[in-house]
Design a binder for this molecule. Structure first.
Ligand SMILES: [Zn+2]
Length: 353
């Protein structure tokens, strides 16, 4: 089977930061009863044929006729085991957790991404209203547990309708078409429509900052974390970090990707607070160290390289969401679910290597 078109489009979107950050998102193709879906741990921007897993579509369909445990952990383990068993012989990679959704959509090509512009809608108070108003042919799905429950919810909502776009609250978008040109056309329409609808865009203009303060905080955080620490600020970041109140719209997690790469919430350090004490207190209270440290009036520090673009993405989403009723974070229950989910722990391990 020739995967060239699928690889091309995966690389194209995967290397465009307006569409994909850190290789997130996934793509698939269906042919002759086989689903070719991105394997977990592969970045879209550099994917080749080895980054796709072949799965038996008829077997995947059997999953809908099975009964699974009502316990979250057990159910996801059972479904994962069944999904692994749907792979064609010889496959060793682990399919994306979103493979079930790819299998469900009745299109040859499916491209699932988490663009900041789109998430400006899916992570906003008026997300459902904006989606139905701007995209009458789209399906909106509210925030539910990812994995099996999400796929099951989409299946029920779809019924017999072939929706070319599915907007997932606090997550991203699935686009399906029988041709590559169809996929490109839909993404263009989606991005242009939202761009026209937003009243304000993030202002990432550089700003001057106290280099001495940044150097000393960087040294403290590198000592405490044992990792390379990066600093970032700009006009938009500075305005969100002006005080504890203005920090509100970027103070938690918008999507699973933000949790996996940037931690479930940033640490806020107000003026006059002891940064090192706050860093240790966060780790003690939450059982994991902060990956983003936001310092009042200054900017933010990223523990390692990966959290940095994700926090800038949080800032962009917060700005876009202003045009759709204001930001809406994932619920605490859902954040806990993601933090404890083996699938996401696997993804976060792969990501940190
Ligand atoms: Zn996703």
């Amino acid at each position: 089977m020739n995967l060239d078109h699928l690889i091309d489009i995966s690389k194209r979107y995967g290397s465009d930061s307006a569409y994909v950050l850190l290789g997130g998102g996934n793509t698939s193709m269906k042919a002759d009863g086989v689903l070719y879906v991105k394997a977990s741990g592969h970045a879209l921007g550099s994917i080749d044929a080895g980054g796709f897993v072949r799965m038996d579509l008829a077997k995947l369909d059997q999953i809908w006729h099975k009964q699974y445990s009502s316990d979250d952990q057990k159910r996801e383990d059972e479904v994962l085991a069944d999904m692994m068993a749907c792979r064609l012989e010889g496959e060793v990679s682990r399919p994306s957790v979103e493979a079930l959704l790819h299998a469900l959509l009745p299109f040859t090509y499916v491209v699932h991404l988490h663009p900041a512009l789109v998430n400006g809608i899916t992570c906003s108070q008026g997300g459902e209203e904006a989606t139905t108003r701007l995209f009458p042919s789209a399906l909106w799905v509210e925030l539910v547990k990812p994995g099996f429950i999400l796929a099951k919810t989409v299946k029920e909502r779809m019924g017999e309708t072939a929706y070319p776009m599915i907007f997932l609250e606090n997550h991203g978008i699935f686009v399906g078409s029988d041709t590559i040109e169809g996929i490109e056309g839909i993404y263009e329409e989606v991005m242009n429509t939202i761009e026209t609808a937003v009243e304000r865009k993030p202002d990432f203009t550089p700003v001057a900052y106290d280099e001495g303060a940044v150097a000393s905080i960087t040294a403290v955080l590198e000592g405490a974390s044992g990792q390379k620490v990066l600093f970032e600020t700009n006009a938009e970041v500075r305005s969100f970090l002006a005080n504890a109140n203005s920090f509100g719209p970027v103070a938690s997690s918008f999507t699973p990707d933000h949790i996996v790469y940037a931690g479930f919430k940033p640490l806020w350090v107000g003026e006059g607070e002891n940064l090192l004490d706050a860093y240790h207190a966060f780790e003690k209270e939450h059982g994991s160290a902060a990956k983003i440290i936001a310092v009042e009036g200054l900017g933010f520090f990223s523990i390692g390289e990966k959290p940095l673009p994700l926090f800038l993405d949080t800032v962009a989403i917060a700005v876009y969401s202003e045009s759709f009723g204001g930001p809406k974070f994932m619920s605490e229950e859902m954040i806990d679910f993601i933090r404890n989910w083996e699938v996401e722990r696997y993804r976060s391990q792969v990501a940190s290597t």
